[in-house]
Design a protein around this ligand. Structure first.
Ligand code: A2P
Length: 280
């Protein structure tokens, strides 16, 4: 008697060269694109049913190059974990390999999405505390757009202070709309209205508050304006997301105040993450 080897199922026809490869990416569809300034835009993608992430994490996003290989950059996920789609907030760089093309995407277009979100800007990397500072510049607000819509943020902290500093006033619009919508949200609105404080400043426009957040922390101006005491590692926790310079400077402020840097493996008092694609 002869045994016949099972015939392998015929693979489904490839959608395109990239999706044909079983790889670390899925091909998602653009649902919405919103342009805020000539330097900033956001976009919304379909979310695979199996895609899970922790608020504050980032994932690889990209487009296929002409040779079919993916061109990818890390992007913080700006939508809450409970949302049915995925939001991202991006800078536009005229000669940036990815964002020069990504800024032109339209609803219906396809974008590559990594399967494995990761990152250190997560609640799990912080020890319990009373007041949570989220300090951001530019597109560094993106991971906090997710974290301020996570009920766990408000379960773990009595007060949540989101600071956002940009060069110009119109660059604050994304955060202002986000916070306003969060406070009206059915699921999270009540907690956000009670605990979330949004502090903004600009550095190159005349605005209601002008100056770098680092200078305002060091001088005590931020604490005075918010009506809170100086940074204290026994009760305060800090998350930082922005440019390399911001990370370095706020990290130093934290270290000077005896805060210890946390990680997924060893939760502590503060965590940092570079705002991605700031130079793409
Ligand atoms: P500034 O205008 O004084 O450079 P960018 O668009 O370059 O990422 O900057 C976003 C915001 O972050 C700007 O308001 C910028 O202020 C501010 N910024 C840049 N570097 C630092 C830093 N090292 N500490 C605090 N704020 C910073």
């Amino acid at each position: 008697m002869t045994m016949t080897a099972p015939v392998p199922a015929t693979p489904a026809p490839a959608k395109n060269a990239v999706s044909a490869k079983p790889g670390p990416f899925t091909v998602e569809t653009v649902l919405e694109v919103k342009h805020y300034t000539d330097r900033l835009f956001s976009f919304r993608l379909t979310r695979p049913a199996a895609f899970r992430f922790r608020s504050g994490e980032f994932v690889m996003i990209g487009l296929p190059k002409e040779d079919g290989k993916p061109l990818l950059r890390a992007y913080s996920i700006a939508s809450p974990f409970w949302d049915e789609a995925l939001d991202f907030y991006s800078i536009k760089v005229a000669d940036g390999p990815l964002t020069s093309r990504l800024q032109h995407i339209q609803p219906g277009d396809e974008v590559l999405l990594g399967r494995k979100p990761t990152g250190t800007l997560v609640l799990d990397a912080l020890k319990p505390g009373k007041r949570l500072y989220m300090i951001s510049t530019g597109t560094g607000i993106a991971p906090f757009a997710s974290l301020i819509r996570d009920p766990e943020t408000y379960e773990k902290f009595d007060e949540v202070i989101l600071t956002h500093t940009c060069r110009q006033l119109d660059e604050l619009t994304y955060g202002e709309e986000l916070v306003a919508a969060t406070k009206q949200d059915e699921l999270i609105g009540e907690m956000a209205r009670e605990k979330l404080v949004h502090f903004t400043s600009v550095t190159r426009d005349d605005g209601p508050v002008k100056g770098r957040v680092t200078d305002m922390i060091r001088s005590g101006e931020l604490a005075t304006r918010l009506g809170v005491p100086a940074l204290d590692p026994t009760v305060d926790r800090v998350m930082i997301c922005g440019s390399e310079g911001l990370l370095k400077d706020v990290k130093q402020i934290c270290l000077d105040a005896n805060f210890i840097e946390g990680s997924n493996a060893a939760p502590a008092d503060f965590v940092i993450e570079k705002a991605f694609v700031s130079t793409d």
